[in-house]
Design a protein around this ligand. Structure first.
Ligand SMILES: *[C@@H]1O[C@H](CO)[C@@H](O)[C@H](O)[C@H]1NC(C)=O
Ligand SMILES: *[C@@H]1O[C@H](CO)[C@@H](O)[C@H](O)[C@H]1NC(C)=O
Ligand SMILES: *[C@@H]1O[C@H](CO)[C@@H](O)[C@H](O)[C@H]1NC(C)=O
Ligand SMILES: *[C@@H]1O[C@H](CO)[C@@H](O)[C@H](O)[C@H]1NC(C)=O
Ligand SMILES: *[C@@H]1O[C@H](CO)[C@@H](O)[C@H](O)[C@H]1NC(C)=O
Ligand SMILES: *[C@@H]1O[C@H](CO)[C@@H](O)[C@H](O)[C@H]1NC(C)=O
Ligand SMILES: *[C@@H]1O[C@H](CO)[C@@H](O)[C@H](O)[C@H]1NC(C)=O
Length: 560
C-alpha cells in the first residue's frame, strides 16, 4: 500500500468520489428469513455507505449478501439476507421473490404505530427499522475513531450481563479487546479504516446464563450446560435491532458477555466473553469470517471457502504469494500430510473411566503431532494424557485456571503402522462436572522436503473436513483462521481483508472548494490516513463517556 497516493491514484479516487456524491448513496435492505419456511421480517432499510461493485440504478443491479443468525443448531434456523442497490424497485421485487410471505404491507407504512415508516418509492425513502422488538436504551461510547462512520467500517461492542455498577468494567473489558485487536497485531494495519464503539445497556443480573437458561440481560446470552463452548443469545432479535438502530455505527455487532471463561459463536453477530485468554481469540477469528468472507482453516469443520481455501490444486488463488519460480515442477505440489484421527468430543471427564480413542496409522509418515484442547483443568496433577500408554506429561498453560486452552505435542518421529490409542485420565475427582475435553486430533507429516512447516512458507497445505474431505490452505500454521492462538492473519487473508474493506470505503473522506486570492479556486481533499498519512501507532485512547453520543432514537425500554 506504500504507493497508494501517487497523483494518478488521487485523481482516480476523486473521480470515484465525485460519482458517489452526485449519485445518492445506495440503499440496503436487511431481511431476517426463517430457513425452513422462507418467511421474512424486515430488519432495516435505508441508505448505506458505498459499495464499489455496485452499478448505477439504471442497471437494476443488486448485491446479495447472506449470513446465518447464530443459534443452537449447526446451520442456523434463521438467515440474514442483505440486498444493496441503487434501484429500490428492483430491491423490492427481489425481496418479494425470496420471501414466502407477503411483505407488501411495508410499502403502505404505518406499521402498528411503530416509529418509522418505510416507503419504497423513488422519493421520500426514510431509514426504517421494522422488526417489532423493544430495544433497550443504548449508551454509545466512542473507543477508537479513525473517521466518519459513513466512510468507515464500524464495529460495535454491546454489553450483556453487566449491571449498572459494572459499566466501567464493561468499558475496560471492551477497551482491552479493542487494544488487542488493533494495536501491533491482527487489525493494526487496517486500523485507519475502522471505528470501534462500546454500547452499554445495563443488565438486571450479572454474568451469562448456564444450563440453557438465560439471565435477565438485554441479549440473554447463555451456555447450553456448564461446559465452555457456544454462547447463545436468547434475545437474538434484540441484537439485530440494536445494531440496526445504530445505522452506520454498527457494520458488525459483537455481544460481549460478562464472563471470565471461553465461549462464543459467529454469524450475523458475534458473541464472545471477557475471558483474558480467549475473548480476543474468539473475536479475531469470528470477525475474520465476518469481514473477509473466508472459511475455516482448522481441521474438522465443514465450511472451507473464500480466499484461503481451494478444493483442487489447479485452482490455487494465492499463486502471487508462492516463492517457487514459474518453471518449478513442484510449484503446485501439495504438502504431504494426513489426519488419521480427529474428534470434537466436548465431553466432561470423570475419574471412573478415562476418555479413550484409537486410530490407525499407515506408518508412511516421518513425523506427527498430537493436538488437543481442554478446559476446567488448572493443575498438572489434575489430568494425565496417555499416548499408547506413555504419559505425554501434559501441563496447563500458566495461569489458565478453568479456562479453555490448546496444546500441541509435536514428535519428530514416525508412527508405526497399526493401531494407536490416546487416553485422557482425570485424576482430580473434584473437577468432575467442569473438567472438559473439547477437541483432539492427530496429524502426520512427511519429511521436511515433503512438508515445509517453516513459518512464512506459502504453499498448499491439506486441511481435512469433518468428513475427511481435503481442501488446501496457504500456510501451515501462520494464520488465526487455522490456529486461534495466533494473533495474525496470513498474507492471503490479510490481502482479502484489505480488498473487503476498501470495497466499502472511499479513499477521499471529503473535498472542499474555497476562494483563494486572484480569483483562484482552492481545491482541498481530506484523504483517509493511509500510507504516508498514517498516524504513528499509539495505544488506543482510553474510553471516556461522552453524553452527546447517546443515540438519537428513543426506543421502548426493555421489559424483562
Ligand atoms: C426445520 O426443518 C428441519 C428438517 O426438516 C427440522 O429438523 C427442524 O426442526 C425445522 N426447524 C424449525 C425451526 O422448524
Ligand atoms: C506494541 O508494541 C510495542 C513496541 O514493541 C510495545 O511496547 C507494546 O506493549 C505493544 N502493545 C501491545 C498492545 O501489544
Ligand atoms: C428466552 O426468553 C423467553 C422469553 O423471555 C423465555 O421464555 C425462555 O425461557 C428463554 N430461554 C432461555 C434459553 O433462557
Ligand atoms: C481439478 O481440476 C482439473 C482441471 O480443471 C480437473 O481435470 C480435475 O478433474 C480436477 N480434480 C478434481 C479432484 O476435481
Ligand atoms: C482420512 O483419510 C485418509 C486417507 O484416505 C486416511 O488415511 C485417514 O485415516 C482418514 N482419517 C480419518 C479421521 O478418517
Ligand atoms: C465417564 O466418562 C466415560 C468416558 O467419557 C463415559 O463413557 C462414562 O459414561 C462416564 N461415566 C459417568 C458416570 O459419567
Ligand atoms: C521451506 O520454506 C522456506 C521458506 O520458504 C525455505 O527457505 C526453505 O528452503 C524450504 N525448505 C525446504 C526443505 O524446501
Amino acid at each position: 500500500m506504500k504507493t497508494l497516493l501517487t497523483t494518478s491514484t488521487v485523481a482516480f479516487a476523486l473521480v470515484a468520489s465525485t460519482g458517489a456524491y452526485w449519485n445518492s448513496r445506495p440503499y440496503q435492505l436487511t431481511l431476517r428469513r426463517e430457513t425452513n419456511t422462507s418467511s421474512c421480517d424486515i430488519v432495516s432499510f435505508g441508505e448505506t455507505q458505498l459499495h464499489k461493485s455496485l452499478l448505477p440504478a439504471t442497471s437494476g443491479q443488486i448485491i446479495r449478501q447472506h449470513n446465518i443468525v447464530p443459534s443452537t443448531g449447526l446451520l442456523g434456523d434463521e438467515e440474514i439476507i442483505r440486498f444493496l442497490s441503487y434501484n429500490t424497485n428492483e430491491l423490492w421485487l427481489r425481496a418479494q421473490f425470496e420471501c414466502s410471505n407477503d411483505l407488501s404491507f411495508v410499502g403502505q407504512g404505518g406499521l402498528n404505530g411503530f416509529e418509522t415508516q418505510v416507503s419504497f418509492g423513488d422519493q421520500g425513502v426514510l431509514h426504517g427499522i421494522l422488526l417489532d422488538v423493544p430495544v433497550p436504551p443504548l449508551e454509545v461510547v466512542s473507543l477508537l475513531q479513525s473517521g466518519p462512520s459513513d466512510n468507515r467500517i464500524d464495529l460495535a461492542f454491546f454489553s450483556d450481563g453487566y449491571t449498572m455498577r459494572e459499566r466501567d468494567k464493561f468499558l475496560d473489558d471492551t477497551m482491552r479487546l479493542v487494544t488487542d485487536l488493533s494495536t501491533n497485531q491482527t487489525f493494526a494495519s487496517v486500523r485507519p479504516l475502522l471505528n470501534f464503539w462500546a454500547v452499554f445497556s445495563p443488565s438486571r443480573e450479572s454474568g451469562v446464563g448456564v444450563n440453557g437458561k438465560a439471565k435477565r440481560t438485554p441479549f440473554g446470552l447463555y451456555r447450553d450446560g456448564t461446559e465452555l463452548r457456544g454462547l447463545y443469545a436468547n434475545n437474538s432479535d434484540v441484537a439485530l435491532m440494536a445494531c440496526a438502530s445504530l445505522g452506520n455505527k454498527c457494520n458488525y455487532a459483537i455481544l460481549l458477555g460478562n464472563d471470565p471463561l471461553y465461549g462464543g459463536l459467529g454469524g450475523e453477530y458475534t458473541t464472545t466473553t471477557a475471558s483474558l485468554a480467549n475473548g480476543a481469540l474468539v473475536l479475531r477469528h469470528e470477525i475474520g469470517h465476518s469481514i473477509i468472507d473466508v472459511g475455516e482453516e482448522y481441521d474438522g469443520g465443514y465450511a472451507y471457502f473464500g480466499v484461503n481455501a481451494v478444493h483442487n490444486l489447479s485452482d490455487v488463488t494465492w499463486t502471487q504469494w508462492l516463492e517457487h519460480k514459474e518453471d518449478d515442477a513442484n510449484m503446485f505440489r501439495a504438502e504431504r500430510s494426513v489426519m488419521p484421527m480427529q474428534a470434537y468430543p466436548w465431553t466432561l471427564l470423570n475419574t471412573t473411566q478415562p476418555w479413550t480413542i484409537s486410530f490407525l496409522s499407515s506408518g508412511n509418515y516421518a513425523r506427527h503431532l498430537v493436538k488437543f484442547s481442554l478446559s476446567g483443568l488448572p493443575d498438572r496433577d489434575d489430568l494425565i494424557v496417555l499416548f499408547d500408554k506413555v504419559d505425554l506429561r501434559w501441563a496447563p498453560r500458566k495461569d489458565i485456571g478453568a479456562d479453555r486452552w490448546h496444546y500441541d505435542v509435536y514428535e519428530d518421529t514416525s508412527l508405526s503402522a497399526g493401531v494407536h490409542e490416546i487416553s485422557f485420565v482425570l485424576k482430580n475427582g473434584a473437577l468432575e462436572g467442569s473438567a472438559q475435553l473439547c477437541s483432539v486430533e492427530v496429524l502426520e507429516y512427511g519429511t521436511e522436503a515433503e512438508f515445509n512447516a517453516t513459518l512464512g512458507h506459502y504453499s498448499m497445505f491439506p486441511t481435512f473436513s469433518i468428513d475427511n474431505d481435503t481442501s488446501y490452505r496457504p500456510t501451515n500454521d501462520d494464520c488465526l483462521m487455522r490456529s486461534v492462538t495466533k494473533p495474525n492473519f496470513c498474507k492471503v487473508c490479510l490481502e482479502g481483508l484489505w480488498l473487503s474493506l476498501l470495497k466499502r470505503i472511499d479513499l477521499v473522506d471529503n473535498f472542499k472548494i474555497a476562494c483563494g486570492r486572484d480569483r483562484r479556486r482552492i481545491f482541498g481533499v481530506d484523504l483517509v490516513p493511509l500510507a504516508e498519512f498514517r498516524e504513528p501507532l499509539s495505544p488506543a485512547r482510553k474510553a471516556t463517556a461522552s453524553p452527546g453520543r447517546r443515540t438519537g432514537k428513543s426506543f421502548r425500554s426493555l421489559r424483562t
